[in-house]
Design a protein around this ligand. Sequence first.
Ligand code: NAD
Length: 260
Amino acid sequence: MLKGKVAIVTGSTSGIGLGIARAFAAQGADVALNSFMQDQESDRLVAALGREFGVRSIFIKADMSKPADIYAMVQSAEKQLGKVDILVNNAGVQHVQPIVDFPAEKWDLVISTNLSAAFHSTKAALPGMKARRFGRIINIASAHGLVASAFKSAYVAAKHGMVGLTKVTALEVAEEGITCNAICPGYVWTPLVEKQIPDQAKAHGMTPEQVIKDVLLAHQPTKKFATVEEMGALACFLASDLAASVTGTAIPVDGGWTAH
Ligand code: NAD
């Protein structure tokens, strides 16, 4: 149970982040949702969390590609909810193109959103966690943090970097009641995956149906997309008191992909 705990989940108005935020709230945690855009949908999601699970829920608008926004987000969560016990670095973007055609500004966007953001939010959240001698940092990396695929240079570099950052964070705070772990999902059916299918089809010269069968699920021995609920369940365990000795890990949830 996570009652009495406060969590920030970045990029949590959709997909895996929303699944994890809902799982935390279901276990009684107060939750700060985040995205770079506040709209009717984000307001509706925050209100629904509070209503459904009886927890405090807030929305903090912050662009994870902008360090100043990230420091302000952590400060705002500490101010509005009193502390940050659990930080989930989940916000992420994808761009799929061969390296020779890969626009430099897309490289910068993917690295800043998927990797540098986790450094800045960790740096911002650690002082409070150290003072309270409790913290759980969960980095949503990817199977692409452990193995590579063609046409995803920035994403694979960022996710491998995130696994490295996870290990360094874990080592630096190991004696202070703080853990840091990476979850490495294979393909999970979310808007991020749905949106990359047309680009993948173009890059591979395939139909969208062929991309799903022969590119995405070709890697996943279970031949099934993982679910956001599965990610939520693992995040709840990693956030719990009983996961105190699990730190510095990169845990695949990939239907056996990285067992190859
Ligand atoms: P999604 O597109 O459904 O959700 C991404 C979320 O991040 C959205 O809420 C979006 O608003 C937010 N976001 C994007 N850029 C942002 C920014 N600059 N600032 C703040 N918020 C921002 O994606 P998803 O599939 O749920 O992916 C979530 C994470 O899981 C990503 O880091 C992704 O790399 C990782 N992941 C996903 C899969 C998968 O198969 N879906 C597999 C492995 C890893």
